[in-house]
Write a protein that binds this ligand. Structure first.
Ligand SMILES: Cc1cc2nc3c(=O)[nH]c(=O)nc-3n(C[C@H](O)[C@H](O)[C@H](O)COP(=O)(O)OP(=O)(O)OC[C@H]3O[C@@H](n4cnc5c(N)ncnc54)[C@H](O)[C@@H]3O)c2cc1C
Length: 1003
């Protein structure tokens, strides 16, 4: 710590505070509605949540009835006592009096919130924006204009976003000649150095298909629309800054910045900047990389340094995905990082034009004093603040630094609300400098303290981190395998390598494995790549009835020994298998990409789920393996424990070729049973992968027998075998019902009532309420319906839309579906690939005909090439009696249905024979409660997609014709693979009774 510099920073900060004494940002001004409401929000967390959620939904409440209903639902009832009078009164009145009073009250609340939003936005149209800019410039502030926009669902929306920029630039171009340069700058430049026109842009909004897994395609897609905007900016002599959004876009943003900067068309034009976020732990590395780039290319660059606007989002996403937290988790760490980064940037002022964006007086003072200490010329840096925030700070800055630019969002209120919520969160967060300074009245000494000192103080008073939680058997608590993070370049590079390796082994012969012996049979079945059926993944030996008899015998022979193994030892094999799968996760995923046509992320998630099953069931067996005492009467010992059943047939599907096969097998095996495993003929190579994992993990011979075979030849034989005690099946309803029927019939020699656990189909619906967030709803419906070509039992095949939002939703869905790419799944640019085989292709084509007959086709798209492409179909006008509303297709066909009321929508959703998954997009607390009670499916998902259940967190399985048995990946699943036994022992011998711990005895 440089003490002299530190003293100057604090002195500068004090002066700053002194210069604005008595002033407060408008958002904290309690003389106005916003200030009052913010004050309440900061005092009451529950109200804050309700308020921010209400702000979020408000633009969707287009009728006075919808508005009244939501005001009531959000602000009356439980906890209403904690709601500020201004809202409570309004909410109650709207409910009590209805009619006119409600309308007036609703209008008042709406206009107050819209007023609050407008405080952060310079206008809703280009014309308004230009007018506000003119006024700001008159007050001495430069601007950077930003068009509001968040998620871009379709290419049409991305075009509109680009055009919005071109429109505002055209409007500014007309005005620009009349602007005199700020700060007495000569010629056209503000302060003598900065272009008068400045544009900020969110790159992801320029391409609807931007995703980290397809880095190259995303960069090209974004640049195709960014270049025209930059060209127009340059034509006006303006500057452009590429905003930084959520972490998943960071690397592509930095890369496209470099490409644009070195583009021959723009190479000689210096006014291009990019944003870096100090809260990211990686930013120091990114800054070093940018500096090296600028030096190597000999090109000046601009950097805007911010702390980062997505802190809550990044931390929650990382937690949910099982990723390392990418941001600093203590506020002073971010502040200190900002100081380090800004110092480094200022040291390179010869090649970097620095834009310091912060409302924090300590941070600003640090930049000012560091720049002075490093003798950085004034024309090499400027300060920036957000329009509508921290007015005293920006005023003070203008007085001291002169060079202040305001970030000026413009655009409609609908996308504006997401921006408003971010600003409200930022202002009201406990850690916010503005809140601490202007609302909480924190001492200046603390506000101006060096963040490293704050950090040292805070860490010395916090408790040391507790050790990781431990579950039974000394294992760490179960945690899901992390989701793939395709922002990691190594992972992106590993996939093409693994795909090449799988391809190099194409055509190999896969044997059966029975009792540990590899067996070759004459009957072989080729497993092919659905994207190119000429490519044979493997020639798979097929079991006939004789091999099935052999496998059941092997299972029977191995049973006694395996049953006797301690639950811990059986669990240990599963844990070893999990280690092996973890090690090979990319190779195992690549095989699925080529054998069944899963996209990279879907394949990876499948292997991750398999790992989860292994880890979870291992822990479950340890939990269930300990005998449990029942009752507590003295003189009597009752012990409940579980025992395996014997040989179990596991019949697995192709759509989750590793996860489901592994889940059913692992459960059977860890419970002490022996398995005869029949993989699907379409995914037998992946099934063999499971066999290899178990073998390498040390599972004794005969405990897991790999028996691919034709269902028509050996399926019934396996199910009807007298020594099979249980069948674990996942697949179609028809086959599942047949298995149940066969298993119910007792055959000669059979000593066991067979149990069937069958996971079957679904006809899953998502309800779109009239207040649903359409950005979320459209992307989730698309993903749920067409991810892996809709070939999931959990996939969405009906979307039931409330009438008031029907047109809007279907229009956006149609555009979005028209924008995704279709092609081989091994190309990560493609969202949808071929279906699994020609049979499936025919089925889907047949249902596409039915769709044409029953409804009105909104979208029909087909992939090109020789793969097994089935059409992506979205059809509307479907009603509950239609076949498309009742029959499972297991392919990319989505029926759109219209409902008048939310209750009708639930009735429609329930009106099938299935009850597997379901979803609701709604922001009405009341309707969500109704859905929880009345939407009767095994797995109901609210405001998210409906596929991808996670082990332990979302145990999976349905009822009605969707299946029998309890949920996979849940606490009851293993019990199905065991028989409970109770041993009762009388411990009284001639009146003498040892009293045991836990006995219900006297003190
Ligand atoms: C002109 C301008 C442009 C901007 N452009 C972008 C952009 O492109 N991308 C972007 O992401 N943001 C952008 N922002 C928003 C910016 O990130 C926030 O306004 C900024 O983080 C607020 O910081 P501060 O120094 O003003 O306030 P402070 O109150 O000092 O800092 C608040 C910030 O600290 C961080 N923080 C909060 N809690 C913690 C914690 N527990 N641990 C660690 N860190 C924490 C967060 O980043 C939070 O925003 C921009 C801001 C301005 C002024």
């Amino acid at each position: 710590m440089d003490q002299a510099l530190e003293a100057k920073i604090v002195a500068r900060g004090k002066q700053f505070f002194q210069s604005i004494r008595g002033e407060a940002p408008s958002i904290f001004n309690k003389g106005f509605w916003t200030g009052k409401v913010m004050d309440w929000a900061m005092k009451n967390e529950d109200f804050k949540v309700q308020l921010f959620r209400f702000v979020d939904v408000l633009p969707y409440l287009t009728t006075s009835d919808a508005l009244r209903r939501h005001i009531e639902e959000y602000f009356t009832g439980q906890g209403a006592a904690d709601i500020p009078a201004v809202l409570k009164w309004g909410a109650e009145k709207s409910g009590m009096f209805g009619g006119l009073a409600a309308a007036v009250m609703g209008k008042a609340i709406r206009s107050n919130i819209e007023g609050m939003a407008k405080g952060f936005i310079i206008g809703q149209t280009a014309k308004e924006a230009v007018k506000s800019i003119k006024k700001l410039r008159k007050d001495g502030f430069a601007f950077t204009v930003d068009l509001l926009g968040e998620a871009t669902m379709s290419e049409a929306e991305a075009d509109a976003y680009r055009d919005g920029y071109l429109e505002v630039l055209a409007a500014i171009a007309k005005e620009q000649p009349s602007w005199t340069a700020l700060g007495g700058g000569k010629g056209d430049l503000d302060w003598g150095s900065a272009p008068r026109v400045n544009v900020s842009i969110k790159p992801s909004a320029l391409f609807s298909q931007a995703k980290p897994v397809d880095m190259e395609g995303s960069i090209t897609g974004i640049l195709s629309r960014l270049v025209p905007v930059y060209r127009a900016t340059r034509a006006m002599g303006g500057a452009l800054c590429i905003d930084m959004e959520a972490l998943k876009y960071k690397d592509m943003t930095l890369e496209l910045f470099k490409r644009l900067r070195t583009d021959p068309e723009f190479r000689d034009y210096p006014h291009l900047s990019v944003v870096l976020q100090a809260y990211l732990k990686d930013t120091e590395h990114d800054l070093a990389d940018l500096l090296a780039f600028a030096k190597a290319e000999g090109l000046p660059i601009g950097i805007r340094l911010v702390k980062g606007a997505y802190w809550d989002f990044e931390t929650v996403v990382a937690k949910q995905m099982g990723w390392e937290i990418p941001v600093w988790t203590k506020k002073p760490e971010t502040d200190a990082a900002y100081e380090r980064l800004s110092t480094e940037i200022l040291r390179h002022a010869d090649i970097v034009y620095f834009q310091a964006a912060s409302h924090n007086i300590r941070t600003i003072s640090h930049v000012m004093e560091t720049a002075a200490a490093l003798c950085v010329p004034g024309n090499r840096y400027e300060f920036q603040a957000l329009f509508g925030m921290a007015e005293p700070v920006r005023k003070g800055l203008l007085a001291v630094a002169g060079r202040v630019r305001l970030y000026c969002p413009y655009g409609e209120l609908l996308p504006g609300m997401a921006y408003l919520v971010r600003r409200l969160l930022e202002n009201t967060a406990n850690e916010s400098f503005l809140r601490q300074s202007f609302a909480d009245g924190q001492a200046e000494e603390l506000l101006l303290e060096n963040p490293l000192a704050t950090l040292a103080r805070e860490t010395s008073t916090t408790c040391p981190p507790s050790s990781p939680p431990v579950s039974k058997g000394g294992l760490t608590r179960f945690a899901n395998h992390p989701m793939p993070d395709f922002t990691v370049a190594d992972l992106r590079a590993a996939f093409p390598r693994a795909l090449a390796e799988v391809r190099a082994a194409f055509g190999r012969t896969i044997p059966l494995v029975i009792g540990g012996q590899e067996i070759l049979t004459a009957d072989r079945l080729a497993s092919v790549n659905p994207a190119d059926p000429d490519e044979v993944v493997a020639q798979v030996c097929q079991a006939g009835t004789a091999e099935i008899d052999q496998a059941v015998s092997a299972a029977k022979a191995a049973f006694e020994g395996w049953r006797a193994a301690a639950p811990q030892d059986r669990a240990a094999v599963l844990l070893k298998a999990a280690d092996i799968a973890r090690e090979r996760i990319v190779a195992l995923s690549a095989l699925q990409v080529l054998e069944v046509g899963k996209q990279w992320d879907q394949a990876y998630a499948d292997v991750a789920e398999a790992i989860d099953f292994l880890e979870y069931y291992a822990r479950e067996m340890i939990r269930l393996g300990a005998p449990r005492r029942m009752g507590n009467q003295p003189g009597e010992q009752n012990r409940l424990f579980y025992e395996p059943k014997g040989p179990v047939a596991v019949i697995a599907p192709w759509n989750f070729p590793l996860a489901i096969a592994c889940g059913m097998s692992a459960a059977a095996v860890v419970a002490g049973n022996c398995v005869v495993f029949k993989p699907s003929g379409l995914a037998s190579a992946v099934g063999f992968g499971l066999c290899e994992i178990f073998r390498q993990a040390g599972l004794p011979d005969g405990v897991f027998n790999y028996c691919p075979g034709r269902g028509s030849v050996m399926g019934d034989h396996l199910v009807e075998h007298p020594d099979i005690t249980m069948i674990a099946f996942t697949g179609s309803m028809d086959v599942g019902l047949r298995i149940m029927e066969k298993a119910a019939r007792v055959v000669p020699g059979q000593a066991y009532c067979k149990r069937v656990v069958a996971e079957m189909g679904g006809k899953n619906a998502i309800i779109i309420d009239d207040d649903a967030d359409l950005d979320e709803a459209v992307s989730s419906v698309l993903y749920s319906a067409f991810g892996f070509q809709g070939q999931k039992c959990s996939a969405c095949s009906r979307v039931i839309v409330l009438e008031p939002i029907y047109e809007k939703f279907t229009a956006r869905l149609k555009e979005a579906a028209g924008s995704v790419k279709i092609g081989p799944s091994e190309d990560p640019a493609n969202f949808m690939g071929p279906v699994v085989d020609a049979g499936q292709q025919k089925t889907v084509a047949h249902y596409a005909d039915i769709a044409r007959a029953e409804g009105r086709i909104l979208v029909e798209r087909l992939g090109a090439g020789k793969g097994c492409y089935a059409p992506m179909v979205i059809v509307d006008g479907i009603t509950p009696e239609h076949r498309l509303a009742q029959e499972e297709v297991f392919g990319p066909i989505l029926a759109v249905m219209k409902a008048k009321t939310f209750d009708t929508a639930i009735d429609m959703a329930n009106a099938t024979r299935f009850a597997l998954t379901g979803g609701v997009f709604s922001r009405s607390p009341k309707n969500l409660e109704t859905a929880k009670k009345r939407f009767r499916v095994g797995n109901l998902y609210i405001n998210r997609n409906i596929t991808g259940a996670l082990v332990e967190r979302q145990p999976f399985g349905g009822a009605k014709m969707s299946g029998v048995g309890s949920k996979a990946g849940g606490p009851d699943y293993l019990l199905q693979f065991m028989d409970p036994r109770v041993v009762t022992e009388n411990t009284i011998r001639r009146g003498f009774t040892p009293i045991e711990e836990g006995d219900d005895w006297f003190e």
